[in-house]
Ligand binder design. Structure first.
Ligand code: FPP
Length: 249
């Protein structure tokens, strides 16, 4: 494990403010393995994972990244053992309740993307409360993907548009990329510039399939609970060395 460096809260001097990713997305993988390597139950990895996410959110905010999106629970994650799913739902709820005051203090604007109606009612209540209370905050935009699946998101957008066509409200020629993007959960949020995935897996796992079209991908072997400020700094250095061409020459 890499030692946490003594960094100040401001952007490290080797990073260029002008070329920071505006929006960073993260696939927080490796919580279970982190715990198992220590002979702990998997849920301890998720608990530590929350601390990592909190620190990353603060670092992004301090360094001038405008938006952070985290993949907290995928539509496929319901297939995990019931105790683990229950633990995660309770954890999300508790974290939201405990962190709301601090998010208000730090100006964080939180939002959720995914099929939220299938989440436990008590979690939906905490989500609504946090989203409503923070909606006018001026700071970093923090998006949590919960019960999220990229394919499911695209299908629901298609259905919504098809319905409007059926009702004669929209003509086929009106459907373009921008209109389609407005029917995704992420409507109004710029696409991520950088996707970070921990624990070495080279996959995007049904995350933001539409929105990641031109994102730079960065994969680190660090397990999510070990993804510290130094690791994030390295990810940003790698990002700043890339030449983004968006399909052009
Ligand atoms: C993947 O690791 C991690 C998850 C499925 C859960 C991530 C959730 C958090 C870190 C909590 C976030 C909290 C809020 C409120 C947003 P894994 O279990 O797949 O690890 P493994 O690949 O080692 O098994």
């Amino acid at each position: 494990m890499t030692a946490e460096p003594l960094l100040t809260s401001s952007l490290p001097s080797d990073l260029d403010t002008e070329r920071l990713p505006r929006h960073v997305a993260v696939i927080m993988d490796g919580n279970g393995r982190w715990a198992q390597q220590r002979g702990l139950p998997r849920i301890m990895g998720h608990r530590r994972g929350v601390d990592t996410l909190k620190k990353l959110l603060r670092t992004c905010s301090d360094w001038g990244v405008m938006a952070l999106t985290a993949y907290a629970f995928s539509t496929e994650n319901w297939g995990r053992p019931l105790e683990e799913v229950d633990f995660l739902m309770t954890l999300f709820e508790r974290v939201l309740r405990q962190e709301l005051a601090e998010m208000m203090e730090e100006g964080v604007r939180i939002q959720f993307v995914g099929n939220l109606q299938s989440l436990p009612a008590s979690l939906q209540t905490e989500i609504d409360k946090a989203v409503q209370q923070t909606r006018h905050n001026p700071g970093i935009r923090f998006t949590v993907a919960t019960n999220y699946g990229g394919r499911q998101e695209i299908v629901q957008a298609c259905r919504a548009i098809a319905k409007q066509v059926q009702q004669g409200k929209v003509a086929l020629e009106d459907i373009d990329e921008s209109m389609f993007a407005h029917h995704l959960y992420t409507a109004g949020l710029d696409d991520p510039d950088l996707l970070i995935r921990t624990s070495g897996e080279m996959r995007i796992s049904n995350f933001l399939l539409w929105q990641l079209a031109y994102a730079e991908l960065y994969v680190t072997d660090a397990l999510w609970p070990d993804f510290n400020t130094l690791e994030f700094h390295q990810a940003l250095c790698a990002y700043q060395k890339r030449h983004r061409r968006f399909g052009k020459v």
